[in-house]
Design a protein. Structure first.
Length: 262
């Protein structure tokens, strides 16, 4: 039996987030929105700034993120994927209110040793999955502009007077790092293996691996919600609603506008 035909146009970008609050406002901006229920998820198709897009929530964790990404590629025919969301800081100069654009991802909780080196994905011969260079460059520009102009759309922009945009490695794992001891131990383990991650989250490496398998370009941007320490749970919902979702909307819009000019 043949596979069902993709439901999207030949050039369609998936915009992913883990939480509904992280995509707040984007669905309202869609031109000609159509919602399709598939694999227990809602996929919103339409156009944003002239670009055909599919908005979807990965949900939380690597398996859920992989399921969503596979469905987007197989069923909806997307040929580029962009992720927006939040993350905890690991880099010493990365702070709450900063924005990190990923250059590559690794799974910090993957350990198939002694059969394979620590962090290496078995049978892939690699530890890192790189972001797409073109999409990442556009995200960097959009994120840097958003950080610069944050006073225009954040309700309390003065709370992050030294906010910066960073570019680098992001670590992914099925654990919410919420204690200083966990964060410190993770940094030590990664650095001992030669990796210096800027941020930690729960979906990016899974999406990156699926996109690698299908040959689909992928890029991701994360707003830093905490220092991945004992304060990680404090006012997290408020931060997502008041800061991360606003960053995501502005960055996605500016990213799509830049893409439309290429």
């Amino acid at each position: 039996m043949s596979s069902p035909a993709p439901l999207a146009s030949p050039s369609t970008i998936a915009i992913l987030s883990a939480l509904a609050e992280e995509q707040h406002g984007l669905i309202d901006l869609l031109e000609g929105p159509v919602c399709t229920r598939h694999a227990g998820r809602d996929f919103w198709r339409g156009k944003l700034h002239g670009q055909a897009v599919v908005l979807a929530l990965t949900r939380i964790g690597k398996v859920a993120a992989a399921t969503t990404t596979t469905a987007l590629i197989e069923q909806f025919g997307v040929n580029r994927v962009v992720f927006t969301g939040v993350a905890g800081a690991l880099g010493k100069d990365v702070n709450m209110g900063d924005v990190v654009v990923a250059t590559a991802f690794l799974q910090h909780d993957l350990d198939a040793s002694p059969l394979f080196p620590r962090f290496e994905v078995p049978l892939y011969g690699r530890t890192l999955f790189d972001s797409d260079a073109q999409l990442t460059a556009l995200l960097c520009r959009a994120a840097a502009d958003a950080v610069r102009d944050r006073a225009q759309f954040l309700p309390h922009a003065d709370a992050f007077p030294a906010a910066r945009m960073h570019l680098g490695l992001v670590a992914t794992g099925d654990a919410f790092i919420s204690e200083a001891s966990e964060s410190a131990a993770l940094q030590v383990t990664l650095r001992a293996a030669g990796f210096d991650a800027l941020a930690v989250e729960m979906e990016g490496a899974a999406v990156a691996q699926v996109c690698h398998d299908y040959g689909v370009p992928f890029a991701a941007v994360r707003t830093i919600s905490d220092r991945a320490d004992d304060t990680a749970h404090v006012d997290f919902p408020a931060f997502v609603a008041d800061v991360a979702s606003r960053y995501a909307r502005v960055i996605v819009e500016r990213f799509l506008l830049a893409l439309s000019k290429q």
